[in-house]
Design a protein around this ligand. Structure first.
Ligand SMILES: Cc1cc2nc3c(=O)[nH]c(=O)nc-3n(C[C@H](O)[C@H](O)[C@H](O)COP(=O)(O)OP(=O)(O)OC[C@H]3O[C@@H](n4cnc5c(N)ncnc54)[C@H](O)[C@@H]3O)c2cc1C
Length: 459
């Protein structure tokens, strides 16, 4: 018996039976994210309000169960996989937009609202919500906040943390706490920064007050091909050094180019070894000037081909190859370890060169692409999941990539979080006393360890 029948029945009566899932086929749908790990929870609760979350925490405390918060399950580090079973709290029904204040430029939302719904709502008011993880059509704002999600535009606009003014969460004692601009008591210590990026280990976020900004008046897009990765990375660095802050600066190496051109049937010059996709936004004159500067720098950097447009429909065409990366790579091998490492911008060519060396040493394909503007690169180790030895080599290759990243002054996670997949590698980057500090913060918030055990902090 998983639960005492009496307590389960009374829980279902209090909450409403339609919110509580216990059948095997229902539970299966909440057992995974985009990583390979699958763990079937004992119960899923589709919460609809903060009070529902409080009731679940109360029930979990009574029953001695743990809780894994879950948004859309698009995470790439195993954060929403219920490693130790227990209860999954899914926020999918908390997809609320409570209020938009165009004057204050804020939006109050439920944590289960999707990123795209927030972006669209902001646009209706002539405003802009910049964070844009590529999963924006599915991912929730709660998941974005819990992972401090980045995305294509963070080179200019920053990550999710720059847009969270305050939040409400339910703690491990089933109490409701409000932080930042939502804290009516205006306490001098703002807990918001601790909750952002906490990956569901400190509490369940229920409501978020988001900061919006003025929408850029114009946008220009450039797609540039280069004869070498060094020229492409060098051009990107030079663009930034010249004072142009692009809103998007994406790079693809030769292996990714081969995959996306084969997938989309696009023909590129045979000498093309790397691609840059640049966007510049802002007032129309600034966009004109920025694009001219980007073109000039790329010409002097021996760009093989430059395509540019200010027309949004044509811009979509220039985006085609970038948007095709995920499905294109999926055709190369069934196994993919997608590592979102990040290094200082100037070290990027060295990191990609290291990935190429590791690729040759382990006999594995390692295509690289990502946000060149802020040094956050997706290094994808491709392997056959049915081949045990190849899987082992892939994991060794990943560890070497982490070591190279740290040696170059970088971080093992640029945006996907630590979860359980990077938990045991945290020591490569953090000292024992830093890890102990993390552990003490966790204990202060969650003394009984009910929220998302097994994540972030190495044993
Ligand atoms: C195709 C694809 C592209 C992606 N591109 C990007 C990208 O460009 N940038 C980027 O940063 N990420 C990217 N991701 C990763 C992922 O989409 C983000 O991490 C996203 O923020 C996860 O949101 P989610 O709602 O799916 O959260 P989930 O995967 O459900 O959960 C993620 C973590 O947040 C916690 N959590 C969720 N909701 C709450 C809550 N209400 N309270 C407390 N904790 C909570 C969970 O416990 C878990 O630890 C991508 C993923 C995919 C599949």
């Amino acid at each position: 018996m998983l639960f005492r029948p009496k307590s389960l029945k009374s829980f279902q009566r209090i909450l409403g039976q339609h919110k509580v899932l216990v059948s095997e086929e229902d539970l299966l749908s909440y057992s995974y994210d985009t990583t390979a790990e699958r763990v079937i929870p004992q119960m899923v609760v589709l919460v609809e309000s903060t009070e529902d979350v409080q009731a679940v925490v109360d029930f979990a405390l009574d029953e001695g169960l743990i809780i894994t918060p879950r948004g859309a399950g698009t995470g790439m580090s195993g954060g929403s996989v219920p490693l130790k079973r227990g209860i999954v709290i899914s926020t999918e029904r908390m997809a609320f937009i409570y209020q938009v204040d165009p004057e204050a430029r804020t939006m109050l939302v439920g944590s289960g609202i999707t990123t795209v719904a927030v972006q669209n709502e902001a646009a209706k008011h002539g405003l802009f919500y910049p964070p844009d993880p590529s999963s924006y059509k599915a991912s929730t704002i709660g998941g974005n906040v819990a992972e401090n999600a980045g995305g294509l535009r963070c080179v200019k606009y920053g990550t999710t943390k720059h847009y969270v003014l305050g939040l409400e969460f339910v703690n491990a004692h089933a109490e409701v706490l409000r932080t930042g601009a939502l804290d009516e008591g205006e306490s001098p210590f703002d807990l918001t920064p601790l909750l952002v990026g906490s990956e569901g280990t400190l509490g369940v976020i229920t409501t978020i007050l988001l900061r919006l900004i003025e929408a850029p008046a114009a946008r220009g897009t450039l797609r540039l091909l280069f004869p070498s990765l060094e020229e492409a990375a060098g051009a990107s660095a030079e663009i930034m050094a010249a004072g142009v802050v692009p809103s998007v600066a994406e790079i693809m190496d030769k292996a990714v180019l081969e995959a996306v051109t084969a997938f989309t049937g696009t023909r590129l010059p045979a000498e093309a070894q790397a691609l840059l996709l640049i966007e510049v936004d802002g007032p129309a004159e600034a966009v004109e000037a920025g694009m001219a500067q980007v073109e000039h720098i790329c010409r002097t950097r021996r760009a093989l081909e430059i395509q540019s447009t200010r027309n949004p429909v044509e811009a979509e065409q220039l985006w085609t190859l970038r948007r095709s990366v995920s499905p294109s790579l999926a055709r190369l091998a069934r196994g993919k370890l997608n590592e979102d490492v990040s290094v200082p911008r100037s070290q990027l060519p060295d990191l990609i060169a290291a990935a190429q060396r590791i690729s040759r040493r382990y006999g594995l394909l390692i295509p690289c692409f990502g946000h060149v503007g802020d040094g956050n690169i997706h290094v994808n180790v491709m392997f056959n999941p049915d081949d045990t030895l190849e899987r082992k080599r892939a994991l060794q290759a990943v560890e070497e990539i982490y070591k190279e990243t740290v040696a170059l002054g970088g971080s093992i996670s640029g945006e996907h979080g630590i979860g359980y997949v990077k938990r045991d590698y945290l020591r490569l980057q953090m000292s024992q006393s830093e890890i102990d500090t993390l552990r003490r913060i966790k204990q202060a918030f969650d003394p009984d360890g009910i929220f998302n055990p097994g994540k972030i902090i190495p044993d």
